[in-house]
Design a protein around this ligand. Structure first.
Ligand code: C2E
Ligand code: MG
Ligand code: MG
Length: 595
């Protein structure tokens, strides 16, 4: 008896399948289960870097190539399929290649023949090289834990690490770690002044310094700071995780190192930029909360470091929460106060000619008298206004109020062409191209002669921002004069006096203070006077408190000075009183009266 079956259809199907397998680069396997013999196609061997048939074609050999960590999962997948053949066999594992490296494989297959009793006897399937996909997955997983800009671990990565550290600290009382929360004191200004590209560049340079500073060096090795890691949380916020630490105090040594390393000047777009950093420190010894709470407390301590004057580190303590809450309240309060009538107002400090004793001008300084808190010191609310974006509003208010007073004085005491009213302007104001328009409006609104108004810009601001020069020129074109404030505290040289459109320079109080004992400060003051004299600039020495300082300044050739020796800042009414008592009828000069 013969039977004939037409296999034309079947063989063409098989050819098609063969072509597909080849085109897809699939390895195939065909496992005869009773003997354990497996047939592999050429591609299968190729995937592992072997010549076809280089190894015995046995299922045990195959299994011996699977990564030890993946064997259990691979077996389980097989059992799963054998137990329930409705489920296809599918799994992913690493296999050792001929060169010893590991390659990721995806295996799929099914039982294709059974014995009469139903037991599986033949399985077949494919292998697919999924190395590229796994590499991508790993990269994505890394990316999820990495800050793209700096390449540092990110917040998610830090959270995982902190959980591990906290868990370990609970088990092992000898184990100690610390979190240093860092924030740049001038980042926003750099971003505003130089643009986002420069801001990004600054962040990359910061990251580099963090890495370098935390890298194990001799002293750090001695401190046993082994697994220290720098993390970027976002914006200009970075965290250093120090662990393990031998003693909690070692965290402060590292914090100091970071302060030093990060305060050195940065080169950005061909310019030098400096910024301090404020650091909040929390050690595991003083903290048993969860990682989120730990970070929040480190942030709180950082905030406190800023409040105490920036450029420093502060260790967290419980009572800080309350203070920070108050600071946040303070911002809302300042916002309100700026719109309330008379709560924020200027006081005026005389600037005198030391050779004649005449008052040559006044500087308007902002004061805030809070209805319940009392006087809030400028060192607190000026940085707060800068950080919260309220500074422009504050600046405009001060400008207007100072000009109102100045025009009243002009009316009552007559015009002295050399008399100036100085108003401080912040970087945020200078950055606004409409500042000259604002100034012009205020001048015409108050009817004040533009020559009376002098705007003080801080040295660091002026030096780091080439974009403001057109604004400065427009201000001067209005007739307003410009003074460089706090000279000597930044990093600019005497040459900058020539580069900026200036009328005056104010030597910072710290220089006047040190001048008496320190020859360097004395020499710098002399050099400033020389250069300023050549350029035709007024020089005002700030913070003159003693006769000794005044005499030294006089000898050095400095005529103009401001300081407690000649008068403290006073309200408009008191200053007017002082003018009234000392007006020189003949010249119209306003003379100070010595107490
Ligand atoms: P500044 O512009 O350098 O003002 C001089 C500061 O030195 C004032 O501090 C003044 O009271 C103080 N001072 C004057 N003479 C002496 C002295 O003999 N000894 C001592 N120890 N201090 C003296 P103040 O009023 O606390 O202001 C601090 C800073 O706040 C100012 O420094 C200025 O940068 C800023 N500021 C004040 N008002 C404004 C404002 O309206 N706008 C802006 N943007 N900043 C302002
Ligand atoms: Mg000033
Ligand atoms: Mg100053």
């Amino acid at each position: 008896v013969s039977s004939f079956v037409d296999i034309t259809e079947e063989s063409s199907q098989r050819r098609l399948l063969g072509l597909t397998v080849q085109a897809a680069g699939l390895g195939t396997w065909d496992w005869w289960m009773p003997s354990g013999e497996v047939k592999f196609n050429e591609r299968w061997w190729q995937m592992l870097g072997y010549e076809p048939g280089a190894l015995p074609a046995a299922v045990t050999v195959w299994e011996s190539l699977v990564h030890p960590d993946d064997v259990a999962a691979a077996r389980a997948a097989l059992q799963h399929h054998l137990a329930d053949h409705g489920q296809p066999y599918h799994c992913e594992f690493r296999m050792r290649r001929a060169d010893g490296s590991w390659g990721w494989i995806m295996a799929a297959g099914a039982v294709i023949e059974r014995q009469a009793n139903g037991r599986p006897q033949r399985m077949a399937g494919i292998h697919l090289d999924i190395g590229a996909r796994k590499a991508l997955e790993e990269r994505l997983a890394d990316a999820a834990l990495t800050d793209a800009l700096t390449g540092l671990p990110n917040r998610a990565a830090l959270r995982t690490r902190l959980m591990q550290c906290s868990a370990r600290a609970q088990r092992d009382p000898a184990y100690c770690f610390a979190v240093l929360f860092m924030d740049f004191d001038r980042f926003k200004q750099v971003n505003d002044s130089f643009g986002h590209d420069a801001g990004d560049e600054l962040l990359r340079q910061i990251a580099q310094r963090l890495r370098a500073t935390l890298r194990p060096s001799d002293d750090l090795a001695r401190l046993q700071v082994a697994e220290h890691t720098a993390v970027r949380l976002g914006g200009d916020e970075f965290v250093a995780l120090l662990e393990p630490l031998r003693r909690p105090e070692d965290a402060m040594l590292v914090a100091q190192r970071l302060l030093d390393a990060l305060a050195a000047p940065y080169q950005l777009a061909g310019q030098e930029v400096t910024s301090t950093v404020s650091i909040g420190v929390v050690t595991s010894q003083s903290h048993h909360g969860d990682p989120e709470e730990l970070l929040r407390d480190a942030d709180t301590a950082m905030y406190e470091a800023k409040r105490r004057g920036r450029g420093r580190y502060v260790e967290f303590s419980r009572d800080m929460h309350e203070r920070v809450r108050q600071a946040v309240d303070l911002e809302a309060e300042l916002r309100r106060a700026l719109r309330a009538d008379g709560e924020v107002f200027p006081v005026f400090q005389p600037i005198v000619d030391m050779s004649t004793g005449c008052i040559r001008g006044v500087e308007a300084l902002a004061r805030w008298m809070h209805p319940t808190r009392g006087a809030v010191p400028p060192i607190e609310f000026i940085p707060l206004a800068e950080d919260s974006g309220l500074i422009a509003e504050l600046g405009e208010l001060m400008l207007r109020l100072a000009c109102v007073e100045a025009s009243k004085w002009r009316e009552e005491f007559g015009a002295d062409d050399r008399f100036t009213v100085s108003v401080n302007v912040s970087r945020a104001q200078l950055r606004k191209p409409d500042l000259p328009d604002v100034v012009e409006r205020v001048l015409s609104g108050t009817g004040l002669d533009a020559r009376v108004l002098r705007l003080e810009l801080t040295e660091s601001v002026a030096m780091q921002d080439a974009q403001i020069i057109p604004t400065l020129n427009r201000l001067r074109a209005l007739g307003v004069s410009l003074a460089l404030d706090d000279f000597g505290t930044g990093y600019s040289s005497l040459a900058t006096l020539d580069q900026l459109p200036l009328d005056a320079v104010k030597i910072d109080r710290s220089f006047v203070e040190k001048m008496v004992e320190n020859r360097y400060q004395a020499a710098l003051i002399k050099a400033t006077l020389d250069v300023a004299g050549t350029l035709g600039l007024d020089v005002v020495a700030e913070g003159v408190e003693t006769e000794e300082q005044a005499n030294m300044l006089r000898l050095a050739g400095c005529r103009l000075a401001q300081g407690w020796l000649f008068g403290r800042p006073e309200g408009a009414a008191r200053i007017a009183e002082r003018f009234r008592k000392s007006v020189d009828e003949a010249t119209g000069d306003v003379r100070p009266r010595r107490a």
